[in-house]
Design a protein around this ligand. Structure first.
Ligand SMILES: *Cc1c(COP(=O)(O)O)cnc(C)c1O
Length: 452
């Protein structure tokens, strides 16, 4: 048996505030393994910090969402939102599950093609599609979601030039009762912009209007907002059908569903309060089913869920550098994970769990990253047991946006591992090195030499 570790006693001030009916939640169990693979072994083999993605969790989460929608609606198609996590291995798990690709830049478009997605199954969103991007998307018969009128005119011009009939949809923004409104993207429903764009498309005769798209926001805490949005898109689709005798093939509801994360300042943990796939599915599908579409004529429902499908499958493992006391007496634990690789620490209170046994004396702790920058804080206040220098921990639900928004700053970006459904760890992105970073730099001749 391991000898019990000595832990210095602490004196804690009793706060004489209102009692809290939830008590103070402390995580009681260490997270020693991810999908059966020991955290310590992963760090020994691949270094610290380390991103770990669970293939099993991705597939299970995807199946749960798919089930929620397909049991309620006859025709459903998913499209993986590349910007949420575009590591090729991650994208391919979604493609194996049947997802198309949803991209918002020429770079992402190329990535999807290289992964083997056929052009016809790539949805091209976003306000910044260059003429070259549009030419490629038209030639490949991709689904182009138009964001603004200048783009619409360019596509009409290119269609004439290329003698092809591009398949297009418009992105629609609308008042769904959640503010601030995301009204910078696409055409507004209430003020008539959406109809203006639809009329221009239908009268040009150069484009094939196949869909209507919206993406109402991200981390949407109310499922009913999607019901309102689906109702408004159905109304537009029915209007086009009536006016032009033209059927819209699909309604694309975008992304924006929550993961299990907890937003900063939230009173309860996100896992207890955030809507689930069933709530979103119920809101969207009942709005469509209860609209005036003929029963056999319901449009295909496309979903571009990003965050909710990958966040909980991602973990960030790290190690403790040291413990100190702040001037007010609080414990300050410095870890090797900074905000440069955990961008979402700015809006989430990420769950952090020690990766080895610990004593059950929790103390309010500030978790600081390793960067020489005051805003490098991973948790401002979290109740944690003592973790000593070299101890490991696991940060939960980091799969969305961190591996695309991370930046190389002071430290280098770490490796990313996927634990496969085979139970094996696979390296899916190597760490950066001095060479990989400096390979992008060029030195002018006159700066090559110096003497000190
Ligand atoms: C970012 C984005 C998504 C995915 O959003 P999540 O909030 O991650 O689900 C889907 N569609 C579009 C157009 C997007 O820009």
């Amino acid at each position: 048996m391991e000898k019990l570790r000595y832990e210095r006693p602490i004196i804690r001030k009793l706060e004489s505030a209102m009692p809290n009916k939830f008590g103070s939640r402390t995580e009681l169990l260490p997270k020693t393994h991810i999908d059966g693979v020991a955290v310590k072994e992963l760090i020994d083999n691949y270094g610290s910090p380390l991103f770990v993605i669970s293939e099993q969790t991705i597939r299970e989460t995807f199946q749960a969402e798919k089930k929620a929608f397909t049991t309620r609606y006859p025709k459903v198609q998913f499209a993986w939102s590349y910007k949420t996590n575009y590591l090729n291995a991650v994208c391919n798990v979604f493609h194996q599950e049947g997802s198309w690709a949803e991209v918002v830049s020429g770079f992402e478009y190329e990535k999807a093609l290289k992964n083997g997605v056929s052009g016809k199954k790539i949805i091209f969103n976003g306000p910044d599609k260059t003429e070259a991007d549009l030419r490629k998307a038209i030639a490949n018969d991709s689904l182009i979601h138009i964001d603004h009128l200048d783009e619409l005119y360019t596509i009409i011009e290119l269609a004439g030039d290329m003698k092809l009939k591009p398949r297009v949809a418009i992105r629609v923004n609308m008042d769904i009762g959640v503010y601030p409104m995301w009204d910078r993207f696409g055409f507004n429903y209430e003020n008539g912009q959406a109809w203006d764009a639809l009329n221009k498309i239908m009268r040009s005769d150069k484009l094939e209007l196949v869909g209507l798209h919206t993406h109402i926001g991200t981390f949407m805490l109310t499922a009913q907002a999607y019901g309102t949005a689906a109702y408004k898109l159905a109304d537009l689709a029915l209007g086009v059908q009536k006016k032009y005798k033209h059927k819209i093939k699909y309604i694309d509801m975008g992304g924006g569903f929550t993961s299990n994360n907890t937003l900063k300042g939230a009173y309860l943990p996100g896992a207890d309060t955030n809507p689930g796939f069933e709530d979103y599915a119920e809101a969207i599908t009942s709005a469509l089913i209860n609209s005036d579409f003929e029963p056999g004529d319901l449009p295909l429902l496309i979903l571009e869920t990003g965050r909710a499908l990958i966040d909980d499958a991602g973990y960030l493992l790290g190690s403790v550098i040291t413990n100190k006391r702040l001037s007010d007496g609080r414990r300050n634990t410095i870890i090797d994970v900074g905000v440069n690789i955990l961008f979402t620490a700015f809006w989430y209170e990420h769950k952090v769990t020690p990766a080895q046994e610990f004593t059950h004396y929790a103390e309010d702790t500030v978790l600081y990253g390793p960067l020489c920058m005051n805003i490098d804080v991973i948790r401002e206040n979290v109740s944690l047991p003592l973790m000593n220098k070299g101890d490991h921990f696991v940060i939960h639900s980091v799969g969305a946006y961190n591996m695309t928004q991370w930046m190389q700053f002071i430290t280098l970006r770490p490796k990313v591992i996927m634990i496969g459904t085979d139970g094996e760890a696979h390296l899916i992105r190597d760490n950066e090195s001095l060479e990989s970073i400096t390979s992008h730099e060029r030195m002018p001749d006159h700066l090559k030499k110096f003497e000190l």
